[in-house]
Design a protein around this ligand. Structure first.
Ligand SMILES: [Fe+2]
Length: 277
């Protein structure tokens, strides 16, 4: 890492992040994405992470993700403008980005997904820890989520998750829909020719996650199997759920989001995990 990245203090980082967040705070839903004049160190962070991710993607990312992210054509040598990435994404799958000042609460986030809108941050992670971040940043949102959203299949899955969260009323239902989202669209893994390959945005946007994820315990994706699983978004995941194909992902998570309501989720939560009955 360059000396200039090491020299960014916490206070300078927080100030800069605050400046960028302020650009989108309070904007109406239909406002266009603000332009950010990125600094040299932000371009450095982007280049550093993109270069490190590229090699890992070749060996660790799912084929459908690789096809999709290639279509998005996100630059590797400079931070792109979110509005430009959004235009390209919209022209391919109909999804677009809306700028958000910070992590958006799940119900609001899902309200966007239901309308093919993905709330994205515009700031970058702290330059001292470019390879892992607990919180979403532009790299996570664009390379992770945007990277898969040119796929019509994934655009549909994101919309279905959003529609499900909008449809239900109970907090426990929203929480469970969020959990299914976490273990699929954030941390999902598919088995391709016997190898575990990542498609979830949290995994494919983090060098640290890609270096670690194959050490996890893998379980076949099963909605009932998620009932008693806890998760902590601030650390590497010890348990991941795999599918044997993207068709299986659609059959399992897509069908769940498409059909679930408060009653079916309550029954699921009462019935407990599948392995105990
Ligand atoms: Fe995310």
């Amino acid at each position: 890492m360059s000396r200039s990245l090491d020299s960014i203090t916490d206070a300078a980082y927080e100030r800069r992040r605050g400046e960028i967040s302020a650009l989108s705070a309070g904007l109406p839903p239909e406002a266009s994405v603000p332009v950010v004049e990125y600094t040299d160190w932000e371009h450095d962070v982007w280049r550093t992470v993109r270069a490190e991710l590229a090699g890992r993607h070749r060996t660790c990312a799912a084929a459908e993700y690789l096809d999709s992210v290639e279509q998005l054509a996100v630059p590797v040598d400079h931070v792109p403008q979110l509005r430009d990435v959004s235009s390209r994404l919209a022209s391919i799958s109909g999804f677009r980005f809306r700028a958000a000042p910070a992590l958006v609460p799940f119900p609001e986030f899902c309200g966007g997904l239901a309308k093919s809108v993905f709330h994205s941050t515009q700031y970058l992670r702290h330059p001292r820890s470019p390879f892992y971040t607990e919180e979403p940043d532009l790299l996570h949102d664009v390379v992770g989520h945007g990277g898969v959203l040119t796929s019509k299949r994934f655009a549909r899955l994101y919309r279905l998750a959003g529609e499900a969260a909008v449809r239900v009323r109970r907090a426990e239902s929203v929480q469970f829909i969020s959990k299914v989202f976490w273990f699929t669209l954030e941390c999902g893994v598919v088995r391709e020719r016997g190898m575990h390959k990542a498609y979830g945005a949290t995994l494919v946007s983090s060098c640290g996650e890609l270096d670690q994820f194959r050490a996890a315990e893998f379980r076949p994706l099963d909605i009932k199997g998620l009932v008693d699983i806890g998760y902590d978004i601030s650390t590497y995941q010890p348990i991941l759920f795999e599918v044997s194909s993207m068709d299986q992902l659609e059959d399992t998570a897509g069908t769940f989001w498409n059909e679930c309501d408060d009653d079916s989720i309550a029954a699921l939560l009462r019935s407990g995990p599948s392995r105990s009955g």
